[in-house]
Design a protein around this ligand. Structure first.
Ligand SMILES: NC(=O)c1ccc[n+]([C@@H]2O[C@H](COP(=O)([O-])OP(=O)(O)OC[C@H]3O[C@@H](n4cnc5c(N)ncnc54)[C@H](OP(=O)(O)O)[C@@H]3O)[C@@H](O)[C@H]2O)c1
Length: 212
């Protein structure tokens, strides 16, 4: 697939590199410097390149949205028309200092995102996994048991695309149902992240939850 990365920070850089190494054509976009994007693309191998968000979105089979919630409006504006595009989001609707959710209970970031790009096919995923653990999972992905990763969305075709990418990143994709399920998953994802970062055991705790 051709995968456009919208936001090439911790999540976008790692997942984009993993997708390129798994054989997808990856376009890294949206960082504060073009040099960084070019370096990322070079390190990710021949299947990766750097471009502006509009170009990353053009002809993409899937787009990974991996920016802070406060940057979503800006990156979507730069990406242009996303009608019909599969947009996988790992962006949690967090406040500016990342201490709490800004959307919860009656809606979710995933649903608000779907309203912002009504003709796109939004799938919410990845948001329970700290990026630090991603390469380890990817490298171990041929093991018999893989950690599971839940995702949700309203449309079967986009979910197939999402589940393939989740598998390529080393997880067993678990379909949690429609997009509104994100109302329950987002607070849970925040809780897991807080426990992972605040405990001495660091992100490993996230695995233990999965096994538990
Ligand atoms: N990190 C994790 O483990 C993790 C796990 C689960 C979910 N998430 C969620 O995923 C989303 C992304 O997280 P992240 O940790 O990858 O964030 P991040 O490292 O801050 O990456 C955000 C990207 O946006 C770019 N950016 C920010 N402001 C910009 C501007 N004014 N102009 C152009 N580019 C700009 C950054 O550029 P630079 O590269 O130049 O900084 C970076 O590439 C967040 O919503 C977070 O809640 C993260």
């Amino acid at each position: 697939m051709r995968v456009g990365i919208l936001g090439s920070g911790l999540m976008g850089a790692k997942l984009g590199t993993i997708f390129a190494r798994a054989g997808h054509d990856v376009v890294f976009s949206y960082a504060r410097s073009t040099k960084k994007l070019e370096k990322l693309a070079q390190e990710a191998g021949a299947r990766a390149r750097a471009a502006m968000p509009g170009e990353a979105a053009e002809e993409a089979d899937a787009l990974l949205l991996a920016v802070h919630w406060s940057r979503v409006g800006d990156v979507l504006k730069q990406a242009g028309d996303l009608a019909g595009k599969v947009v996988l989001s790992c962006s949690l609707p967090m406040n500016d200092d990342d201490t709490g959710l800004v959307v919860a209970h009656t809606s979710s970031g995933a649903e608000e995102l779907a309203k912002k790009i009504p003709k796109a096919r939004v799938v919410s995923a990845f948001n329970t996994v700290p990026s630090e653990v991603l390469f380890g999972i990817y490298e171990a992905r041929r093991r018999a048991t893989r950690p599971s990763l839940v995702y949700c969305g309203n449309e079967a075709r986009s979910k197939r695309v999402a589940s393939e990418l989740i598998r390529d990143a080393g997880f067993d994709p678990v379909d949690a149902g429609p997009l509104r399920i994100a109302r329950y998953m987002e607070p849970f994802a925040l809780l897991v992240a807080q426990l992972a970062y605040e405990s001495d055991e660091s992100p490993e705790l996230a695995y233990r939850f999965e096994r538990f």
